[in-house]
Design a protein around this ligand. Structure first.
Ligand code: OAD
Length: 248
């Protein structure tokens, strides 16, 4: 059997025009918990209570109570080798865009230039009364933070029951329909519309490559079952090997 790494490396070098879709799994090795894995956030807390916009409007303390279990200090996390590999692939002219469900900002921190954050970002919190926006690297645990006007602050992220940011979603669908390869890294592929993006890509003729410790896309063309950081490191090595042999 040939190595999936060499097969995928060959595919990326040949087709280029790759769009990446990432989920919580790519940040797991940066120390940020996933949602649905064993010990994940939604294994401990019901998201329909703790992360729903309906509940947030009447009882924002539910969200703020558990927020510290996820990310308390936005600035304290570092990108890992998988985020770094996506920057290298962008520099090589292979990756055109990273679409992420993650709200941790680690793709931008790693240096990816073209990133669409379809679930928003924890970078900012917004007043629910006057719309004033604050930069929010540190989040207090427990009680909801308030704006100077007295309004409750909400992170600039999508809670269950909320619409995704229109511009980001439109860009994600458009670019998914235009790519020739989609790399899907570390997502359980159960939350829509994100989970629909590989379907859009495949319908338009793209090859789908899944990198995950479990298989979530049954009809992916290639599957690499490994943790994101080691998988992406090996993928970059395979690309470098092919580039070397083609110039020898
Ligand atoms: P999930 O927690 O649902 O899925 C994480 C995926 O990452 C699983 O398929 C794991 O197998 C995989 N995984 C875990 N560790 C990994 C590693 N080291 N390397 C590679 N893969 C690994 O996270 P998402 O799919 O991102 O929504 O969840 C989607 C959305 O549900 C989130 O954006 C969030 C959540 O509720 C909102 O906040 C709106």
């Amino acid at each position: 059997m040939t190595s999936p790494y060499l097969d995928v490396a060959e595919l990326l070098l040949k087709l280029k025009n790759c769009v990446v879709l990432t989920g919580a799994g790519i940040s797991a090795e940066s120390g940020i918990p996933t949602f649905r894995s064993k010990d994940g956030l939604w294994e401990k807390y019901d998201p329909m209570v703790y992360a729903s916009i309906e509940v947030f409007r009447t009882n924002p303390s539910k969200y703020w109570q558990i927020r510290g279990d996820f990310i308390r200090n936005y600035d304290s996390y570092e990108p890992n080798a998988a985020h770094g590999a996506l920057v290298e692939l962008e520099n090589l002219g292979i990756v055109r865009l990273v679409i992420t469900q993650n709200i941790d900002g680690l793709h931008r921190k790693a240096g990816s230039r073209r990133v669409v954050e379809i679930h928003g970002s924890l970078r900012e919190i917004i007043c629910q009364r006057c719309d004033r926006t604050y930069l929010a690297p540190n989040i207090p645990g427990g009680d909801p933070p308030h704006c100077e006007c007295g309004g409750v602050l909400k992170p600039n992220t999508v809670l269950f029951g909320e619409q995704l940011p229109t511009e980001a979603l439109e860009a994600a669908i458009r670019e998914s329909s235009r790519c020739r390869v989609m790399l899907v890294i570390g997502t359980s592929s159960v939350v829509y519309p994100a989970a629909h993006l590989p379907v859009v890509a495949k319908q338009h003729g793209a090859k789908i490559v899944e990198i995950n410790i479990e298989r979530t896309i049954p009809d992916a063309d290639f599957i690499i079952l490994d943790k994101a950081a080691s998988a992406m490191t090996r993928l970059i090595e395979a690309i470098e090997t092919l580039q070397r042999t083609s110039t020898e």
